[in-house]
Design a protein around this ligand. Structure first.
Ligand SMILES: Nc1ncnc2c1ncn2[C@@H]1O[C@H](COP(=O)(O)OP(=O)(O)O)[C@@H](O)[C@H]1O
Ligand SMILES: [Mg+2]
Length: 235
């Protein structure tokens, strides 16, 4: 459904991804695991048209999407919940959700979709008229994911959805991500937290220093092995 081949990208003259190969099949949850600075956010930014592609290809449903702008990608069915700045603190829960549907904000279906999203996130419905800044960390992350769903994506990109959350809030969020997958959305998430990612992923890649060093079904991945790879990156 989504495939990057020999993808090189970065900022200005600084190349961050040095030839990444990765694919996400329809219905999968794929996790890209990597330590801080590995290039995880850059990878999502690149797939979502926010970072310069130097060479290589990115195909979505069989067509090249290199050079397309984020709003064009949203129309094609991609959505992104970035790690930072993913909700508007001064807006209410409902207002944030409506903003998530900005590509079709005049569509009368948006109201109905807000209610649909609340079925997946009843804890947000209770707080529908509260400003986002009054939510707990876990609720805010749920809002970020819910907001990304408002464009009715077929593929959802998630940047470290559980970072900064308590263990309890983190597992609650991962269980929501499983619900999102069951609703038919394909998911690519990036994580530093290997154990958390393995709660939801079908398949994983390990990204170190802008290179994929390992690909594996989640069930065959040894956490200790990934931890060793992470440590080698710090050395
Ligand atoms: N806007 C930017 N301009 C220049 N370099 C950046 C920018 N954002 C990230 N980088 C660099 O790219 C590398 C990878 O960063 P990032 O993709 O944020 O890693 P991760 O998300 O895995 O922690 C780091 O060396 C970082 O300093
Ligand atoms: Mg990051």
């Amino acid at each position: 459904m989504l495939e990057a081949s020999n993808l090189r990208s970065g900022y200005g003259r600084i190349e961050v991804l040095h030839g990444v190969d990765l694919r996400v099949e329809r219905g999968e949850v794929v996790a890209v695991l990597g330590p801080n600075g590995a290039g995880k956010t850059t990878l999502l930014n690149t797939l979502f048209g926010l970072t310069n592609v130097y060479s290589g290809s990115v195909n979505y449903e069989g067509r090249s999407i290199v050079g397309l702008k984020p709003h064009e990608l949203v129309k094609l069915g991609l959505s992104y919940a970035p790690q930072l700045g993913n909700v508007f603190s001064e807006l209410t829960v409902v207002e944030n959700l409506v903003m998530g549907a900005y590509v079709r904000i005049r569509d009368p279906g948006v109201k109905r979709d807000v209610e649909e999203v609340f079925k997946l996130f009843p804890e947000l419905e209770k707080r529908r008229n509260q400003k986002a800044k009054t939510l707990s960390g876990g609720e805010r992350q749920m809002l970020a994911v819910a907001r990304a769903l408002m464009s009715r994506p077929r593929v959802l990109l998630l940047d470290e959805p559980t970072s900064g959350l308590s263990p309890k809030a983190g597992s609650a969020l991962m269980s929501k991500i499983r619900d999102v997958r069951s609703s038919g959305v394909t998911i690519l998430l990036v994580e530093q937290n290997v154990r958390r990612a393995l709660e939801v992923a079908d398949r994983v890649y390990v990204l170190i220093g802008g290179r994929i060093v390992r690909e594996s079904p989640a069930s065959e991945l040894k956490i200790e092995e990934v931890e060793k790879l992470f440590l080698s990156a710090k050395a």
